[in-house]
Structure formats: structure tokens, C-alpha cells
Design a protein around this ligand. Structure first.
Ligand SMILES: [Fe+2]
Ligand SMILES: [Fe+2]
Length: 339
């Protein structure tokens, strides 16, 4: 019999059916018997409020106490003694998501398209966790996960191509970090394919975390349709500095992360922020990120605007934002979508 059960009421032994969408949950198999409290916590942290449970396949242990028969000296009949099972140890949700991701990447039977979807959905969950709680532990776990993702994008061309397709859709708020992260890694891959002079993993971490400082910017400000007031604009313009500070406090401010987070809003003609740097004053890594950043902003649906198709966004960037980007980098960026 199939029953609907609130996630908070799930118990070890229940056979859950989560549905097929990887965007909804971070388990590889959608249907399984719960074997640990960890899995219940993960279902809850995935934001799932209610699940279907197949009671015919469930075997629930009603009590957390385990009873064993003990026979004392001189006693004829064994006594039942309760032993309390230890609580499950605390876990970091990003480490769990990361573990699942690695299993998927290493599974040779999963086709590239499906792998790309899992990489995407898991990255999204990782960014959600980091931006909702940018503590040092989450930042470090997130960076380690990005290292795996970058390794995979570099090693597997088919999955990389499939990712370029996926990033052209949009899902919800945190997709921007993931889209910019992936597009920037794809552009860096194209630019640095013959070079070993770049730490691609650290670069990836910088790209994914470029807007880390936005965790403090109120949502109504991020989604505001009209012009920002001077005060609001000041809050917005502070996010590169804030991101740097968070990374520094987490002891994760590498050179790559530093220049990307701090300079991704600088523009070639000096019209950007926070410093108004121009041309070569802007680090190459930040220039890569700024192209992916603007492209994703144009091709995403926001509360106040419709998304543009890829072709139109690239056309606007080429014609109307000509002086914002390095033209050679932009040409390489356009080639990513030729696949
Ligand atoms: Fe930004
Ligand atoms: Fe951004």
C-alpha cells in the first residue's frame, strides 16, 4: 500500500519513493528503503516536505532501544535489558551531496547527458547550502566539491558539452552561481587547453563562488525591477568586498578566488566597480567570469524581465556592450555554444 508520509515523520526501515527528478532530490535511486537517520536528514535538507512510502516493502523498527536477553548468575530466566542505540553523528549536507556526485561521475554506465544533469542539480544544492549559510566549513566543503566538478569537466568532453546545453535553462535563484561557474570553467577550458599554468580547480572555486558576497544582499533588492536608490546601490556594490571577506575568514582566499570575487564587475572601459579598473588592470580570470556573468544575467528569467534566447544575448553583448569585455575572450565564449 502506498501512503503519503511527512518527511519529519519518516523512520528507518520505510521504503520511500521520491520520484524521478534529480532536481528535487539528491539520491541516485529514487526508490529505496531508508537505512539510516542520515538519509532522513538528507531528504529534509533537500527541501522535501512529504514523500510516498510503500508500506508493503517497509520494515520499521519501532523502538530506538535494542533489547537483548541477559542471563544473570544463578538466574533461571533471561531478563530483557534495553540498550539505547547511539545517535547518528552530525553530518555536513554538502559532503553528502558531494559523495553522491562522485559516485555518479565514477559510474561508467550513466550516459553523459544524465551525468551533466546530476552535476548540475547537485551543484545547485551545494550553492544553496553555501549561500544560505556561508560558514567556513560549508565554504571548504563546497570548494572540494567544485574541485571534483572541474576535474570532470576537464576530463570528459561529452559531459562538458551536455552542460553547455543545461545552463541555457533556468531553475531558481541559485542557478546563477552554478551557471556562471560552469560557463566560466568551460571558457577557461577552451582558453587554457594547452597550458598547465593555471590551477583550474581553484579557478572553478572562484567562478562558482563569485557572488558569495550576495548572501547578505536582501532578496527584494536583488529582484528589484526599477532603479536602485543610492543607498541600495551601495549595498549591491559591496558584494565583491563582502565575498572576499567571507573567503578570507574561511581561510580560503586564494589568488584565483580573490581576483575573481573582487573584480568580476570591473569592465574593460573602466565603467565597472568596485575600483573602476580598465583593460589589463583587470585580471584575466575576472574577465572570464564577467562575460559568463553578464551572459547568464541576460539569459535568465527574473522577476522583472523575460529571459533572452542565447543568440540574442550574445548579439547584445557584441553590439551594445562592446566596450565592456575583452573581444578575444568574447569570441572564444561564443564558440562554446557552437557545439
Ligand atoms: Fe556579482
Ligand atoms: Fe554574478
Amino acid at each position: 500500500m502506498i501512503q503519503k508520509v511527512k518527511s519529519k515523520d519518516l523512520k528507518v526501515g520505510m521504503y520511500v519513493m521520491l520520484g524521478q527528478s534529480w532536481l528535487r532530490h539528491s539520491f541516485i535511486k529514487p526508490n529505496f528503503r531508508i537505512t539510516s537517520e542520515k538519509q532522513i536528514k538528507k531528504i529534509i535538507s533537500d527541501g522535501i516536505k512529504e514523500v510516498k512510502v510503500d508500506t508493503s516493502k517497509s520494515e520499521v523498527l519501532e523502538d530506538r532501544n535494542l533489547f537483548i536477553d541477559v542471563l544473570g548468575p544463578g538466574e533461571g530466566k533471561p531478563k530483557k535489558v534495553a540498550i539505547e542505540l547511539p545517535e547518528e553523528e552530525e553530518f555536513n549536507p554538502i559532503d553528502m551531496i558531494s559523495e553522491e556526485l562522485r559516485e555518479t561521475i565514477e559510474n561508467t554506465r550513466i550516459p553523459p547527458q544524465q551525468k551533466a544533469e546530476v552535476v548540475y542539480s547537485h551543484s545547485l544544492k551545494m550553492m544553496t547550502n553555501i549561500l544560505e549559510d556561508p560558514n567556513p566549513e560549508n565554504i571548504l566543503s563546497g570548494k572540494k566539491m567544485v574541485y571534483d566538478i572541474v576535474d570532470h569537466i576537464l576530463a570528459d568532453d561529452e559531459t562538458a558539452d551536455a552542460m553547455a546545453m543545461i545552463t541555457s535553462h533556468d531553475y531558481y535563484t541559485y542557478t546563477h552561481s552554478v551557471n556562471v561557474g560552469m560557463l566560466s570553467v568551460l571558457l577557461a577550458k577552451a582558453l587554457f587547453k594547452d597550458s598547465h599554468d593555471h590551477n583550474m580547480k581553484e579557478l572553478g572555486a572562484g567562478f562558482f563562488l563569485h557572488d558569495l558576497g550576495k548572501c547578505d544582499v536582501p532578496l527584494q533588492l536583488i529582484n528589484k525591477a526599477g532603479r536602485l536608490s543610492d543607498e541600495e546601490w551601495q549595498v549591491m556594490r559591496n558584494h565583491p568586498r563582502r565575498g572576499n571577506k567571507l573567503l578570507s575568514e574561511a581561510d580560503q582566499l586564494t589568488k584565483e578566488c580573490g581576483v575573481i570575487v573582487m573584480q568580476h564587475h570591473e569592465r574593460e572601459d573602466g565603467s565597472g566597480y568596485p575600483f573602476g579598473l580598465s583593460k589589463d588592470e583587470i585580471h584575466l580570470y575576472a574577465r572570464i567570469c564577467s562575460i559568463a556573468d553578464v551572459f547568464d544575467a541576460l539569459t535568465s528569467t527574473r522577476a522583472y524581465k523575460k529571459k533572452l534566447p542565447t543568440f540574442d544575448a550574445l548579439a547584445i553583448m557584441r553590439e551594445e556592450m562592446l566596450h565592456h569585455f575583452n573581444q578575444e575572450l568574447f569570441k572564444q565564449f561564443v564558440l562554446i555554444f557552437k557545439a
